[in-house]
Design a protein around this ligand. Sequence first.
Ligand code: NAD
Ligand code: TDX
Length: 341
Amino acid sequence: MEKTIIVTGGAGFIGSNFVYYMLDKYPDYKIICVDCLTYAGNLSTLKEALKNPNFRFEKLNICDHDGIKTLFEETRPDIVINFAAESHVDRSIEGPEIFVDTNIKGTQTLMEVCRELNVPRYHQVSTDEVYGDLPLDRPDLFFTETTPIHASSPYSASKASADLLVLAYCRTYKFPATISRCSNNYGPFHFPEKLIPLMIINALADKPLPVYGDGLNVRDWLYVEDHCKAIDLIIHNGKIGEVYNVGGHNEMANIDIVKLILKKLDKPESLITFVEDRKGHDRRYAIDPTKIHEELGWLPDTKFADGIEKTIDWYLSHKEWWQEIISGEYQNYYAKMYGGK
Ligand code: NAD
Ligand code: TDX
């Protein structure tokens, strides 16, 4: 059956992968991307989607109540999926305010418009970071959906606040929402400020690879398409009012990822430079995905060994995409964040 889906933040990393996933899987769906194109949003990422008559792009801020309402009134979406966010922990440490505006106020604005227009379904894309971190010496511990919220950074606190608002709307107004909390994604169109693309791009340029602290912090990596698949299942079959953790049991220490990238690119480990640790750096993330597996049948398709190979190949064959990004404002960002380290 034909549906109209609004995807906010669809010019960013995961949102754009989701746009392509949905256009491919549901040729009769209309997909509308709402994105205000911050530094992390890139219209060239959506170049191929823009050729599809079932896709439409609207440059709009999710905090703009009237603009969002006009669009929703016109297009009458069946489902709204909120990917739009400020997403980088390091930037939230430098300047938390925009994280409060976009991640909290933006979420509330979207939900308010959905409520005013009786949009039948809303999905909030959240993160495992809302649970805080786990110790390295307790490999038996995982985040479940009932793990207490215990955010560490302004970024994760803003995402946790948004989650609490979504759940409060569900209870108070019977708002028809679901939430997914996914672990670290990797894959095509990942903005170069994040660990994996940053290390690939620096290695290719024989630049130092800045590893924070001792490099032993653990992240639970998931190929982005598997995250898209999980959201697809949740919006179609997930239970209203529920939270679903998404992760593929793929924990890796940062230093091991960096060494693997160097090996794949045939570059020396002498490029690794240990730098000052991130403030409040979460030690370990690890998702227990039992609920989404048992309730919705979700399992990841891509093994890390294949996913990282595909990702490195993608960065090698899409140099124009990331070169355009790193030749602009990104250079000032890099100098500010890594210059003194
Ligand atoms: P990203 O930074 O690559 O993209 C964010 C997008 O949102 C950009 O296109 C940006 O222009 C847009 N945006 C930002 N503020 C906006 C606003 N006020 N109005 C409209 N658009 C706005 O982020 P990402 O990594 O693709 O993350 C997408 C979502 O998934 C976020 O909500 C993030 O918290 C969540 N998440 C990310 C990961 C990960 O590993 N990257 C893991 C779990 C959850
Ligand atoms: O230069 C670096 N050196 C380094 O050692 C960078 C950018 C990162 N790191 C470390 C910090 C983390 O332990 O690598 C790990 C991964 O860092 P990021 O790529 O910044 O991701 P993380 O902080 O784990 O958050 C990501 O996953 C959860 C996303 O950016 C979030 O949006 C998502 O919610």
